[in-house]
Design a protein around this ligand. Structure first.
Ligand SMILES: [Zn+2]
Length: 364
């Protein structure tokens, strides 16, 4: 267990899966005895296995937890951010930094995991992916005919045809209510009312879903994000496990790629005329080392300009160079013209993408 404090002072316990005591799947949540306050009377820890995030509902504990193996990119991000803050603080205070986080922490490998938890979870996760895959055509038809879905894309300046060609769909409550098995309806409940993006995992298909809850025409994504950050609101994004990248199938990718963070960033670049086989979205900031196929020789990293994006750019550059690929990067400028490529595209069209277009022209 590693305790970290976010920049805003929020305390998060990062746990390894093996530290969960007697985990059990209850509905769509994993419940376990809480190793933080140590009670053995109740499974008071409740975790969303797809996102890895959870909390303890014991009133005296109320821990917020992240299971590292279930959301490696978030765990990595928190640890990296925390350790870089530690370095800053250490420089100021000669080692009086408050966090116990270490970038060298070890997480158990697959072999070390408890088989019972792993098998229950992976069965559940596989079933979730299978149902979503079977519903792809239905979800695409729903997006085509949904006024809210179409308005949402329009206000992000993403043409409907581009989204549909990318496999994007909308999972409506009606689609879920038509599923015959109650178990399937229960499994998909957390995906209700979300735009669903298919992802390419290494050996399977994954999904990421963006909730439209509370969104109405005229509300931009920043206002919507603020709304969703209020207590009790659904998570903005959820993913399957494994998840993967938003891209064409790996064997179809071009030798030169542009890599962005968000699924909407990729759609914005496609709307601006980039070729579908040349752009992938990480749907996060991690790229499994073995994900990129051998034919990819050159990678242009175009991640967000914030701390997380800079950290990911450095990390991915090192990994990709080690694999013998050419790497260049174009961080999104912090110039007030939009924090990601989609926002810049929405606000200023091609002008907003100019830094990336420049880098692309110089390279390719
Ligand atoms: Zn607790």
């Amino acid at each position: 267990m590693i305790t970290i404090f976010t920049r805003r002072g929020k305390r998060i316990e990062i746990l390894s899966q093996s530290e969960l005591r007697h985990p059990r799947l209850t509905g769509s949540r994993v419940r376990a005895f809480c190793p933080i306050h140590g009670s053995d009377h109740q499974r008071s820890l409740s975790i969303d296995p797809a996102s890895g995030w959870g909390y303890c509902f014991n009133a005296a504990c109320q821990a917020k937890v992240l299971i590292a193996e279930w959301n490696p990119s978030a765990a990595h991000h928190l640890l990296a951010a925390s350790s870089s803050r530690d370095r800053d603080q250490a420089a100021d205070q000669e080692g009086l930094a408050g966090s116990q986080a270490s970038p060298h922490s070890h997480w158990p490998t697959q072999q070390e995991e408890r088989p019972s938890t792993t098998s229950v979870l992976s069965r559940w996760q596989e079933e979730e992916r299978c149902i979503l895959q079977a519903l792809e055509p239905t979800m695409q038809a729903a997006l085509k005919s949904s006024r809210q879905g179409r308005a949402y894309l329009r206000e992000r300046a993403i043409p409907l045809e581009i989204a549909l060609a990318g496999g994007v769909g909308l999972l409506t409550p009606t689609i879920i209510s038509r599923l015959t098995r109650p178990r399937q309806r229960r499994l998909l409940q957390r995906w209700s009312g979300r735009l669903i993006f298919p992802l390419q995992a290494e050996n399977t298909r994954g999904y990421i879903g963006r909730t439209l809850a509370g969104w109405h025409p005229g509300m931009d994504e920043n206002a919507h994000k603020q709304l969703l950050e209020r207590p009790g609101r659904p998570q903005r994004w959820i993913k399957t496990n494994p998840a993967g990248c938003f891209s064409l199938p790996r064997e179809q990718l071009a030798p030169q790629l542009t890599v962005v963070e968000g699924t909407f960033d990729r759609l914005a670049l496609l709307a601006a005329g980039f070729r579908a086989n040349e752009v992938i979205a990480l749907a996060g900031t991690a790229l499994p080392l073995s994900w990129l196929p051998a034919q990819v020789r050159s990678v242009l990293l175009a991640l967000d300009g914030d701390e997380g994006g800079r950290e990911a750019t450095a990390r991915l550059s090192a990994q990709l160079r080690e694999q013998g690929r050419a790497v260049s990067w174009c961080l999104i400028p912090l110039d007030g013209q939009g924090k990601d490529w989609n926002e810049r595209w929405r606000l200023s069209g091609h002008t907003g993408l100019e830094p990336l277009l420049d880098s692309y022209r110089r390279l390719y």
